[in-house]
Design a protein around this ligand. Structure first.
Ligand code: FE2
Ligand code: FE2
Length: 163
C-alpha cells in the first residue's frame, strides 16, 4: 500500500536509518581501525534523528495504534526493540562496540524498521479514518519538529566557511 502522507516523515527517517544499516553491512567485517568512526556516526545519527524518532513513535504513534487491540502485541514488540536498540546506541556513544556488534545492530535496526513499515504502518493506514490519520500526522509533525533543527547543526558545522 502507498504510504499515507501523514506517516511519510517517519518513513523518510526510516530510509536514512536503513541507508546507515546498508553501509555497515557493506563495510562488514569492519576492521578495528574503523570501529571508532562507525560508532561516532551511529551516535551522531541517534542524536540527530533517532532519539526524536523513537520518542515520536513512543509518545504519539504507538499509543494511537494501541487503540486497536489487534496491534497491542506488535506495539509491545516494537517497544522492546527500541529498548534494545537504545542500548546499542549507548554502547556506540561509549565506543564499546566490536565489529560483530555493529553487524548485529544493522540487522536488528533494519528488521525493526521492516516490522514498522510492513506491519504497523500498513495496518494503521487501513484501520484509521482519514480524519484520524490527519490528526496523527499533526501530532507527529509537532513531535518531530526538533529533529530537523538538530540535523541542520552538524551539516553547518562541517560545511566549509563561506568566503
Ligand atoms: Fe521504531
Ligand atoms: Fe521507526
Amino acid at each position: 500500500m502507498l504510504r499515507d502522507r501523514n506517516l511519510i516523515p517517519l518513513s523518510r527517517q526510516h530510509q536514512h536509518a536503513l541507508a546507515l544499516c546498508v553501509r555497515i553491512d557493506r563495510a562488514s567485517p569492519i576492521g578495528d581501525a574503523d570501529l571508532p568512526a562507525w560508532q561516532a556516526e551511529m551516535a551522531q545519527h541517534f542524536e540527530n534523528e533517532i532519539r526524536i524518532h523513537f520518542a515520536a513513535e513512543e509518545h504519539v504513534l504507538f499509543p494511537a495504534a494501541r487503540k486497536f487491540p489487534e496491534l497491542g502485541p506488535l506495539v509491545d514488540e516494537l517497544l522492546l526493540d527500541h529498548f534494545m536498540l537504545r542500548e546499542r546506541f549507548a554502547e556506540a556513544e561509549a565506543r564499546k562496540m566490536i565489529a560483530a556488534d555493529l553487524s548485529e545492530f544493522a540487522q536488528r535496526m533494519s528488521a525493526h524498521i521492516r516490522k514498522e513499515e510492513r506491519l504497523l504502518f500498513e495496518r494503521v493506514q487501513e484501520l484509521m479514518s482519514q480524519d484520524e490519520l490527519s490528526l496523527l500526522g499533526q501530532s507527529l509533525e509537532d513531535a518531530l519538529k526538533d529533529a530537523g533543527q538538530a540535523c541542520a547543526l552538524p551539516a553547518d558545522a562541517t560545511r566549509p566557511p563561506v568566503k
